[in-house]
Design a protein around this ligand. Structure first.
Ligand code: SF4
Length: 191
């Protein structure tokens, strides 16, 4: 066997091994997905959508899968110390669903998933139910009213949210926290 032939054979073997490895990894990843998504097709990743209408909203989604019935299911990726979802995940995903539905006319499912990649190396999936279109629009209109000074902000429902809030110095946090002299959430501070 000539050197050229030997190099060609080795190259082909390396490429085959690489493809097989990728296929194995993909199969393993698919097996870990929630049952609904195992046969779904990934149609959008890391993409920005913009809804323009009664309210305008821009949202970047992590992953969107097309199910066999043609509808879209969203998945949000998070890296966290604890394997759980938060209400803020539902709001993020609902905004994404709203933006993609208005921009593309796609049928987006009310069920979505939060994929948590834990610091312990495990990955878990959490099914959440999204807000309705009316609820998303109400949230957007409330935000506008807050920014315009036409509505009064409320404290976060959990003191734990205040502990990591970027606006804590301006706001003082939820009253029960007792950490700071309380001034109340400023208009525009997010909860
Ligand atoms: S804005 Fe104020 S009440 Fe809301 S999470 Fe931040 S610190 Fe807490």
């Amino acid at each position: 066997m000539s050197i050229v032939t030997a190099v060609t054979v080795v190259s082909v073997l390396v490429v085959c091994a690489w493809c097989f490895l990728r296929w194995l990894i993909r199969q393993r990843w698919r097996r870990n997905l929630p049952r609904e998504l195992r046969n779904a097709q990934l149609v959008y990743a890391e993409r920005l959508f913009r809804a323009v209408g009664q309210v305008t909203l821009t949202a970047r989604l992590d992953r969107a899968y097309r199910l066999q019935d043609g509808s879209i299911t969203l998945l949000e990726l998070k890296t966290r110390a604890v394997h759980r979802w938060y209400p803020s995940d539902v709001i993020e995903l609902s905004a994404q669903a709203y933006a993609i539905a208005v921009e593309t006319g796609e049928r987006v499912n009310r069920n979505a998933f939060v994929e948590v990649q834990g610091l312990d190396g495990r990955t878990t999936f959490h099914r959440v139910e999204l807000l309705s279109i009316d609820e998303v629009e109400a949230l957007i209109l409330r935000r506008k009213a807050l920014l315009a000074g036409e509505a009064r902000a409320q404290y976060a429902c959990s003191i734990r949210l205040c502990q990591t809030c970027a606006y804590f110095d301006q706001c003082g946090g939820r009253p029960q926290s007792g950490w700071y002299p309380r001034r109340g959430p400023r208009v525009g501070a997010r909860s």
